[in-house]
Design a protein. Structure first.
Length: 321
C-alpha cells in the first residue's frame, strides 16, 4: 500500500482525531465528558442520517440541495398526522413516504428534463420549503407526546445509546452493504464514474438515477423523524442550510463531486467532524457569525481537497496507461 493510498484510507479518521484534540485543548477536559459526547452523538445523528442518502447521490455523480427542505416538510407531516390521531409508527412512515416522493420527483425531473441536478434540486428546495410552510400555515405545529419524541432522548443508563443513533448505525451498515455487494451498488458507482460507458455496458441510467434520488429523499425523511424527535414540534423553518453540512460531510469523508467515489464510513466521520467543530465553537463562546465563517471555510477546503484527489487520480491513471 502506497503512502497516498494509506492517507486516502485513514486521512478522514486522523482528521477527526485532530479536530477533537484541538477543541479538547481549547474547551478543556469537560469537552470529553460523557454528557458532552452524548450531546455530540445525538446532534450528529441527524446529519449522519441525511448523509447516508447523500452519499449514494454523490457517488452517482449527482447532488441534492433539497435535503434541508425535505427534513422540514417531514417534521410538519409527522406533527399533522399525530394531531389527526394517526398512530406514531404510521405518522413516521407517512413522513418518510412524503420525503421519498420528493426524492422521486427530483429523480424524474433530472432524468426526463435532462437538466443538471444542481438546478433541479435548487428549484425543488424552494418548492418543498414552500409546501412545508403552506401545510403548517407558516407556524410551528404542536403535536401530542409519543414514543417518537424519545428517539434521540438520552437513556437512563449512561452506557446506552438513544434508539435513533442505533437506527443510524444499522441503516449505515445496510447502505454500505448495498453499495459494496449488490448489483444496484455497482450500477451507482458505474453511473458516477462514467455515465456514457455505463450506458454502453447496459446499465439503466435513468432508473438508477430515479432510484438514487428516491433513496436520498427517504433518508431525508428519516432525518426529519430524528429532527422531530429533537424538537417535538413540526417546524417548516428548521434545517435551513443543513444540506450544506450534509454535502460537506460526504466530501470530507472522501466523496467526490465528480462522482464514482464515496464511502458510508467516511461520510459518518465527516458528519462527526462537522458536529465537533459546531459544538466546540459554541462551547468556546465564539459568536454565530464566526461559526458560519468556519463552516463555510470547511466546505471550501473540502471541495478543494476533492479537486486535488480527483486530479491526482486522473494523473495516476494517465501514468498507468
Amino acid at each position: 500500500m502506497t503512502a497516498r493510498s494509506l492517507l486516502d484510507r485513514t486521512g478522514t479518521a486522523l482528521g477527526l482525531v485532530a479536530v477533537a484534540i484541538v477543541f479538547g485543548v481549547l474547551v478543556g477536559p469537560q469537552f470529553f465528558e460523557p454528557a458532552n459526547l452524548d450531546l455530540m452523538a445525538r446532534q450528529t445523528a441527524i446529519v449522519c442520517m441525511a448523509a447516508l442518502g447523500m452519499t449514494v447521490v454523490i457517488v452517482a455523480g449527482g447532488i441534492d440541495l433539497s435535503v434541508g427542505s425535505t427534513i422540514a416538510l417531514s417534521t410538519v407531516v409527522i406533527a399533522l398526522l399525530l394531531r389527526a390521531g394517526v398512530p406514531p409508527a404510521a405518522a413516521g412512515l407517512g413522513a418518510v413516504v412524503a420525503a421519498a416522493f420528493c426524492g422521486l420527483l427530483n429523480g424524474v425531473l433530472i432524468t426526463r428534463l435532462r437538466v443538471v441536478p444542481f438546478i433541479v434540486t435548487l428549484g425543488t428546495m424552494l418548492v418543498v420549503r414552500g409546501a412545508a410552510k403552506g401545510l403548517a400555515h407558516e407556524r410551528r405545529i404542536e403535536a401530542p407526546f409519543t414514543w417518537l419524541n424519545d428517539l434521540l432522548r438520552a437513556p437512563d443508563s449512561a452506557a446506552k445509546l438513544p434508539t435513533g443513533i442505533w437506527l443510524v448505525l444499522g441503516l449505515a451498515l445496510v447502505v454500505a452493504g448495498m453499495l459494496r455487494y449488490t448489483r444496484f451498488g455497482r450500477h451507482v458507482f458505474a453511473v458516477g464514474s462514467n455515465a456514457r460507458m455505463a450506458r454502453l455496458c447496459g446499465v439503466p441510467i435513468g432508473r438508477t438515477n430515479v432510484a438514487v434520488y428516491t433513496i436520498a429523499g427517504a433518508f431525508a425523511g428519516l432525518a426529519g423523524l430524528l429532527q422531530f424527535s429533537r424538537l417535538s414540534v413540526g417546524d417548516p423553518t428548521v434545517a435551513v442550510g443543513l444540506e450544506l453540512d450534509v454535502i460537506a460531510a460526504v466530501i470530507i469523508g472522501g466523496g467526490s463531486l465528480a462522482g464514482g467515489r464515496g464511502t458510508i464510513a467516511g461520510s459518518l466521520i465527516g458528519a462527526a467532524i462537522m458536529t465537533i467543530i459546531s459544538i466546540g465553537c459554541s462551547q468556546k463562546g465564539l459568536a454565530n457569525w464566526v461559526q458560519q465563517i468556519v463552516t463555510g471555510a470547511i466546505i471550501v477546503v473540502a471541495v478543494a481537497l476533492d479537486r486535488v484527489r480527483t486530479h491526482g487520480a486522473a494523473r495516476l491513471s494517465e501514468t498507468g496507461a
